[in-house]
Design a protein around this ligand. Structure first.
Ligand code: COA
Length: 579
């Protein structure tokens, strides 16, 4: 089928759907929803059988939906309408939510229904639900809708009008307005921790909850309940730890990991202790070993091998907000990797975070620093140090277990391990060029050819997302496993333990050490890094400002003014637009 995506951006859900539909043999071209005339032009050029809107913030023009079947993915249950579907579901503590695929018509979200799916609504941020449950449900719904489309064309199937839907679903949604900041407002004197968490989750990653931290007006994000009992007055900031500030509530306390100041122009979402660095200088540091907001965690499991000896597996979790890894976080992760290396384990599993494995260096903190070039340099060196420590771990087998998506340097961080396992639903963006033609480091010039040979460079040039399965087929990763993040984590433990019990484990580790020594003798790791960093130095400090311009727009979420040609296939052979 020839399919045209009309979408606000090439976000994670759209990337996943694009990959999955192409893998099923469909020709998919993309146009960003900029203005109606550009959408009309894209339809004229591509002549699609079907138009899909995986992520749209505006209505499709009548000139398009009146002539073509346009299917819209709405992140709500059947009957739900309005722009804040997930926000209301999370705030109101729905136990089940869903996705509906409906046909665009004159009334927003009120068209005939082509497919729907429901799922249990997990206690998590809106962004996390969107990247996991909504994406899965949307994909399943769209695949069903595509099957229905064939029958529809033959006249043997019709979509379900909204008025008839109540006979087919257990719970009907309703038209809900845009959620306003007034609906999200936290009353620290009254609200319980659970309600505050729901309010913050319903607004995360966008728009955040308007509030105040230490007298400074801010939008708040990234909430975690602190389980330990805390003294203080509700609303008071009682402690800080690394990135987060701890606020007392009526019945406990809650960490706020990220904040965006609203007292100044042009601010970014930053770790709370950075956004309010001066204001929180005198706040007491958290005195306990662990906190509800900890980003890095290490644990072990023990199994008995066939000779009756105990063998241990280490698991290093690093759950950084949005997968972005700052200089501080890289240094702490390096420390944690070094500590894990000292443990008497035979297998070390790098678990990354639940929603993201890693997205590389922290572009927001770089953008907000006094010198973006200097901070970029510090950050890339810090992440390179982590990569080096993993590559040089030659006395254990190291596994990267990807539960969530990975992009740019974060994808190469995964390749530093001996084996890379991934959840089936993971999307990888193993390239850097979309960030202003960044050359990239993280030892990719060593790691990519090691797995894929010289052919590997094409994934760098293509600058396109790939599914875990495609990555497996091209030899970039080693294993793909089904299941949600929790099931995958359990399967990882079982398989890592099975690996630790294998009689040939010591031989594998010895081989690996030999291979590393041989690679080092042929070309030292340091020279790969030096050559990569020479290019990165030019990107950061040279005359061409592309990286700085791209980062400026990425961190400020500047709206697209055109669709890149590598996505807009319909424009590749199309005549130039009239001025
Ligand atoms: N630094 C800081 N923030 C980052 C980030 C990074 N490296 N990568 C992603 N984010 C943030 C986004 O700004 C967004 O923030 P929000 O919470 O305010 O919405 C959030 O993470 C999710 O990113 P988004 O782009 O919406 O996710 P996606 O899943 O649709 O797309 C990527 C994934 C990887 C394609 C995209 O995030 C990306 O290009 N990231 C930059 C990767 C990069 O160039 N890293 C630097 C070179 S190593």
């Amino acid at each position: 089928m020839r399919i045209l995506f009309i979408t606000h951006s090439f976000n994670s859900l759209t990337q996943r759907m694009w990959c999955e539909l192409r893998a099923r043999g469909h020709d998919v071209s993309i146009e960003f929803d900029i203005i109606d005339s550009v959408t009309e032009e894209a339809v004229e050029f591509w002549k699609p059988d079907l138009i899909l809107a995986p992520y749209l913030r505006r209505a499709i023009p009548e000139s398009v939906w009146s002539k073509h079947v346009c299917l819209v993915v709405h992140p709500g249950i059947v009957g739900d309408r309005g722009p804040s579907a997930l926000d209301w579901a999370i705030l109101e503590g729905e136990s089940e939510w869903g996705v509906t695929v409906l046909q665009a018509n004159a009334e927003m979200d009120a068209g005939d229904i082509w497919a729907w799916r429901t799922f249990p609504l997990r206690q998590a941020s809106k962004a996390s639900i969107y990247r996991n449950e909504v994406t899965e449900a949307a994909l399943a719904g769209v695949l069903e809708a595509l099957e229905n489309f064939e029958a529809y064309k033959q006249g043997s199937w019709k979509p379900l009008p909204l008025e008839q839907a109540p006979q087919h679903v257990t719970k009907m949604g309703q038209l809900r307005p845009l959620m306003k900041q007034e609906d999200r407002r936290i009353d620290w004197q009254k609200d319980s921790s659970a309600l505050i968490l729901r309010k913050l989750n319903a607004a995360d990653g966008f728009p955040g909850v308007r509030g105040e931290l230490l007298g400074v007006p801010c939008n708040l994000y990234d909430a975690h309940i602190e389980p330990l009992p805390i003294e203080g007055a509700p609303g008071q900031v009682v402690a800080k730890r690394e990135h987060a500030l701890l606020l007392k509530t009526t019945d406990g306390a809650i960490w706020v990991g990220h904040a965006k100041r609203t007292d100044k122009e042009d601010t970014l979402k930053l770790p709370s202790t950075v956004a309010l660095a001066a204001e929180c200088a005198d706040i007491a540091n958290w005195q306990h070993d662990a906190a509800g907001c900890d980003e890095i965690r290490y644990e072990e499991s023990t199994v008995t091998n066939e000779e009756g000896a105990l063998v241990k597996v280490g698991y290093l979790h690093f759950d950084f907000y949005n997968g972005a890894m700052s200089t501080r976080q890289c240094k702490q992760l390096l420390h944690a990797v070094e500590a894990a290396r000292q443990q008497p384990t035979q297998v070390l599993v790098l678990m990354g975070g639940r929603d993201f494995w890693s997205n590389g260096i922290h572009l927001n903190l770089i953008e907000a620093s006094g010198s973006a070039a200097d901070e970029s340099w510090e950050n890339i060196n810090a992440i390179d140090d982590v990569c080096k420590a993993i590559i040089e771990t030659t006395d254990k087998l190291v596994i990267s277990a990807m539960r969530g998506n990975a992009g740019a340097g974060g994808a190469y961080l995964a390749l530093t391990a001996d084996e890379v396992w991934s959840r089936e639903v993971v999307i990888l963006n193993p390239h850097y060029k979309n960030m202003g033609n960044l050359y990239g480091s993280e030892y990719w010039t060593y790691l990519l050819p090691r797995r894929m040979g010289p052919d590997g460079r094409r994934i760098m040039q293509n600058r396109l997302p790939i599914t875990a399965r495609e990555a497996l087929d091209m030899g970039l990763i080693d294993k793909v496993m089904a299941g949600d993040a929790q099931t995958f984590a359990q399967a990882v433990v079982a398989q890592a333990e099975a690996l630790a019990k294998q009689p040939d484990l010591q031989a594998r580790i010895a081989n690996k050490a030999e291979q590393r020594a041989a690679d080092e003798a042929k070309k030292p790791l340091a020279s790969y890094r030096e050559a990569e960093l020479a290019n990165m130095r030019r990107n950061f400090f040279g005359f061409d400002p592309s990286y700085h311009v791209a980062r400026f727009h990425f961190t400020r979420k500047t709206l697209h003014s055109w669709t890149p040609r590598h996505l807009a296939l319909h424009r590749q052979d199309a005549p130039e637009r009239a001025a």
